[in-house]
Design a protein around this ligand. Structure first.
Ligand code: ADP
Length: 803
């Protein structure tokens, strides 16, 4: 019983004013006894009418149980004879149309006669007073009942402790019995409760209650013994099982179990199937336990579920079988790629060493080179050759350590980092894992992603890589990491040290042609659903695309242009306009529009003050035109524009100093520069440029401006300059030479020490170009400047040309 409150004795004494005729309210369970205050929910129409009747008169109503709970509209036959007269204390109309009433039980009574049955029952009653002598026996029974009730409470029966206080203070034997009975949850309920209600004799009632309580104590004691035994004898798991079953029962009682139970069971099964290491499984089960104890809708449940989803989805011990056979690997690499002989050789060596040492440990491969040279696709081939899965994750713009290592779970929307995400995607713990653009990794206040990356890549530590989100370590030791970079300089040194760099230098025109013909065209035809019957490219058609629609070290844009042609042809074929197209040199324009680059002419003619330099950017080698002009000024001033970096600015100053020091050789007055503004500009957009290798180019442009001798348009150059005009070696020779070749230059000036790099350059490119290796700037000027000076402009008075 709920809502039982302590009340004054007077209040509960039977009111002699109880009328003889009362409205009757049939109740489904006879749980209401005199001497108690209790709530009752009334929903049936007839019952509500009876209640209204009571409220309208003297507030008394007669509650009698029906014999069977299930009957909705009982007749007098279905209703017991004995019930409880109660007084209506409070009525609350609920929004769903039912009514909650507080009643106070007053006395037992019996039905004498049904007076009406519609719209509600009205009966004549006879009160059943319980006058009884207070014998010693009754006294003894009362004490026994109280003691046993105490015991029952102590043995853990689900009874609120305040009930005990209430009971101990009751002096009236009948009331004592009636107060205790509802707490005992007797079964079968209706019959036994009704029996106690109909036991008018207080002595008999106490005796019955005494017997019931005795039984109850015995049962509770046995239960306690079993529980103790269970706790002592059973292992933890069994105990857990029993407790879990109990929990289930409670949840079922609360109506929470069904969905919940199956969800929990599902997770348990998933955890068992995930083949986790022991430590992880323990962790997962612990979380599952937390989930089970949470209310179903608890917001935290979402967090736990997501976490469990991650734990169960990761390939903790799932791997693909590795097939490491060098001849097969070679075959696969050759099948997928044209050329790249040196790259393939290095990769095969790397794999061979691994096979011999049976070790995953060792350096990480780093593929360095401009975009579109096949880094990713070689990575895929390696995976294919080894029978491993392949995943590529870009690190470009990653500044936050958490992107590598995950956010802690307390963070809203937390997720594991990119490494673990990648591993999940592949579903295997030994994929080839390509970390793209490692040179674009940033660093700021949110922590240093490169140190997290280091941990992932370091074979000494990565068998227990800790992701902040997962909290449990993941073994990355079997993953084969390959990194890629466009440039090596920006890579943090600690990372660079771990890596074995393989350079992808970029392709010559002939190589591009072969790649397009043998790989890109067939691939794009297939992707666009056409065949050789529909579309053929001639070599000169492809060459025109290479020369006039792309300018790149790799073949990415070339592939895009080929794809555009394939798509357009596919459309024509599909719409029945044509069924066969051949793309020659003359058919490109309708498909790709106007040409984008002017092949073969970097400068239209020999110019004064404009020299062609060779630079190395993240897109590969390129040519740039360096310009120098002179303007009168009250003192010497050097202006540099074109987003030059610090190193490049210093080289510009060195170039100026060199040129000034050569006044005699170049034939201009010593004080020529004293009243001159020197402006050096390196065009080509807003791209920041840096590095020392434009030194000789700037010096040449400046010398040309001073001497009024034009610079040969077909000469390209690269080299660092010292103050005294020495030419020092530079990097990226192959890329730069290919760029010069691509741009149609004829003469290339390189530092003497770079001569050995020439062997990397394909023979056909070497044949097309004239190389000069220089030690000193004087040689550069001799080769680059035309002999005779042109007439001077405005500052002619100071110009050496007319001196
Ligand atoms: P990267 O990763 O270096 O930017 P990709 O691997 O994405 O370049 O290469 C771009 C495209 O060019 C891909 O479709 C690739 O298959 C193709 N490709 C690049 N190099 C070769 C080659 N040597 N042989 C065949 N196809 C190539």
């Amino acid at each position: 019983m709920t809502d039982v409150t302590e009340l004054d004795d007077d209040l509960l004494s039977v009111d002699p004013a109880v009328p003889e005729i009362l409205p009757l309210l049939p109740i489904r369970e006879p749980v209401y006894f005199p001497h108690n205050i209790f709530p009752l929910f009334v929903g049936r129409d007839k019952s509500i009418r009876a209640l209204e009747e009571a409220r309208g008169h003297d507030r008394y109503i007669f509650l009698v149980a029906q014999r069977q709970m299930a009957i909705d509209d009982p007749t007098s036959e279905d209703i017991y004879q004995v019930g409880t007269v109660a007084e209506v204390m409070q009525v609350l109309n609920l929004p769903d149309g039912t009514v909650r009433v507080m009643l106070e039980g007053q006395a037992r009574a019996r039905i004498r006669e049904y007076l009406q049955s519609d719209p509600f029952f009205r009966v004549r009653i006879e009160l059943l007073p319980e006058a009884e002598e207070r014998s010693a026996e009754v006294e003894a029974l009362m004490r026994s009942v109280i003691t046993q009730f105490q015991q029952v409470v102590e043995l853990g029966k689900d009874i609120p402790p305040e009930a005990l206080v209430q009971v101990v203070n009751i002096d009236d034997p009948g009331r004592l019995a009636d107060t205790i009975i509802p707490y005992l949850h007797l079964r079968p309920k209706v019959e036994r409760m009704q029996d106690l209600l109909e036991t008018i004799s207080v002595r008999d009632r106490l005796e019955k209650l005494n017997f019931i309580l005795k039984k109850e104590t015995e049962v509770l004691e046995i239960q306690r013994n079993i529980r103790n035994k269970v706790e002592k004898e059973m292992g933890d798991t069994q105990r857990e099982f029993i407790l879990r079953e109990q929990l289930k029962a409670i949840q079922q009682e609360l109506g929470e179990r069904d969905d919940r139970g199956s969800e929990i069971d599902e997770y348990r099964e998933k955890i068992q199937n995930a083949k986790m290491p022991e430590e992880v499984e323990e962790r997962a089960l612990k979380e599952l336990d937390r989930l089970e104890k949470m209310p179903f809708q608890a917001p935290e449940g979402v967090v736990v579920r997501t976490y469990l989803d991650w734990l169960t989805a990761l390939p903790w011990t799932t791997s693909t079988e590795e097939t490491l056979d060098i001849p097969t690997a070679q075959e696969v690499l050759d099948q997928d790629h044209y050329g790249l002989a040196k790259v393939k050789e290095r990769i095969l060596e790397f794999l061979a060493v691994r096979k011999l040492t049976q070790e995953m440990r060792g350096p990480i491969l780093c593929f360095a080179g401009p975009p579109g040279v096949g880094k990713t696709s070689i990575g895929k081939s390696i995976a294919r050759a080894l029978g491993r899965k392949f995943i590529r994750v870009s690190l470009g713009g990653v500044r936050d350590e958490a992107e590598i290592r995950g956010h802690r779970r307390t963070y809203i929307g937390a997720m594991p980092g990119r490494i673990i995400q990648g591993i999940k995607t592949t579903g295997s713990n030994n994929p080839v894992f390509m970390l793209d653009e490692i040179d674009k990794l940033g660093m700021d206040f949110r922590g240093d992603p490169s140190s997290a990356l280091l941990e992932a890549l370091d074979p000494e530590q990565n068998n227990a890589f800790s992701d902040h989100y997962l909290e449990v370590p993941f073994d990355l030791a079997n993953v084969m990491f390959i990194t890629t970079a466009n440039l090596l300089d920006p890579i943090p040194p600690a990372l660079k040290d771990r890596m074995e760099v393989i350079h992808f230098p970029g392709y010559t025109e002939d190589e591009k042609l072969a790649i397009a013909r043998d790989f890109l065209v067939p691939k794009q035809r297939k992707e666009n659903g056409i065949t050789e019957e529909h579309l053929v490219f001639t070599d000169d058609g492809l060459m025109k695309i290479i020369r006039e629609y792309t300018r790149e070290a790799g073949v990415r844009n070339l592939e895009r242009e080929v794809a555009t042609v394939c798509r357009k042809v596919a459309k024509e074929v599909a719409s029945g306009k044509t069924d066969q197209v051949t793309i020659t040199e003359n058919d490109i324009k309708p498909f790709l529009g106007m040409r984008r680059y002017h092949y073969g002419r970097a400068e239209e003619m020999d110019e004064i003050g404009a020299a062609t330099g060779l630079v190395y950017t993240e897109f590969g080698g390129d040519i740039v035109s360096v310009e120098a002009t002179l303007m009168k000024h009250h003192e010497l001033k050097l202006t540099l524009t074109g987003q030059l970096g610090e190193v490049m600015k210093e080289s510009a100053m060195a170039a100026l100093s060199y040129v000034r020091s050569r006044a005699r050789v170049l034939n201009f007055p010593d004080d020529f520069f004293d009243r001159m503004e020197v402006h050096i500009h390196v065009p080509a957009g807003a791209v920041p440029k840096d590095g020392p290798s434009a030194g000789i180019t700037m010096a040449t442009a400046l010398a040309s401006a001073v001497t009024r001798r034009a610079i040969r348009k077909d000469v390209a150059m690269t080299g660092e300059i010292t103050l005294r005009g020495k030419v020092l070696p530079i990097g990226g020779v192959k890329e730069k030479v290919l760029a010069a070749h691509r741009a149609g230059m004829k003469v290339v000036l390189l530092p003497r020490e770079n001569e050995r790099d020439l062997e990397e350059i394909p023979q056909n490119v070497q044949d097309d170009l004239e190389f000069h290796f220089v030690d000193h700037m004087d040689q550069v000027l001799q080769l680059a400047l035309v002999e005779s000076p042109r007439p001077s402009p405005a500052y002619a008075s100071a110009s050496p040309g007319t001196a």
